[in-house]
Design a protein around this ligand. Sequence first.
Ligand code: 3HC
Length: 329
Amino acid sequence: MYGNADIDPNLKIHSIVADEDPIKLAAFEARIAAADKIEPRDWMPKEYRRQLIRMIEQHAHSEIIGALPEGTWITRAPGFRRKLALMAKVQDEVGHAQLLYSAAETLGKTREAMINDLISGKSKYSNIFNYPAPTWADSAVIAWLVDAGAIINQTTNAKGSYGPYVRALERICYEESFHLKYGHDNVVHLATGTAVQRISVQKAINRWWPPLMHFFGPPDSISEHSVILMRWKVKMASNEDMRQQFMDMYVPKIWDLGLTLPDPKLSKNKETGLWEYTEPDWAEFKRVINGDGPCNKERLAVRKMAEEKGRWVRHALLRKDAEYVTPLA
Ligand code: 3HC
């Protein structure tokens, strides 16, 4: 799955665009360099289209699957206020998926094809949602730190080149900032609460830190898509840049709450200004994103059930199957 790190990135690009019209490609790259927004009807290299479909579809799947671990806590939220806020957040996430599926559809892949590829395991979604959320503190840590990582990722990509995607991201980022505040308020409440609450949120942080270190993708040296995605401004920062930004912003906040992180090596190098940390387990990452995580089967089973139970509605709306539609008098 990962590219060969020592391939000359320029050589790699030439092989990717070898069959494109050189004049059209040069005009496209001049538009990218001028920070133009590429729109659905504009000429674009086949690889630009393919990569955008892959990335936006994966993002949309992540939103709709991401709603599952938190959604299970709505009925068990500790109080009406938390229940209301969590319901609003989960509804937002599902809405983000719809925005993103619509953006991906502008590139020619239907929503039905995307959902089918999700359910079949052909398409990916974020690694982080394949882990269980066994306590309320897990849902609090997800709402704070996973959404914090997503905001870094999304605000960065919102400066990108594809019009429908960046417009969807702008809308999504507004709502994510509420999620972040809700999550932070939740974690602070637990971290400054009873001993039982403090222990529960520390245990949740310990559970979520390793998958959070995977969240921004593999090391830049083996990131298969970064070179072309950054050249064409689909991805506006490297995986490691986003990971470092996340640690810069949130490790001090976690420590300020008197909480610890499960990495004895984690420290900021004063000379380089970079965070040093224990190399994440990329073999686990690879297993999880390829279907072998703790909750992959459970997550996809829920999506499959929703797809099957909702099929009659779609068919009725699209008047696909006579059996679902009462003939007009
Ligand atoms: N989870 C699952 N797969 C991942 C991944 C992750 N966290 N990070 C990388 N991968 C996969 C890639 O899809 C690729 O696999 P493929 O070739 O089979 O598709 C492989 O690992 C190599 O990784 P690359 O670094 O080359 O991949 P990218 O250049 O695409 O970078 C990314 C990964 C930074 C996640 C980028 O795809 C991206 O910015 N995606 C759009 C935003 C997004 O999906 N954000 C995360 C989820 S949104 C969310 O959390 C919801 C919120 O409401 C909580």
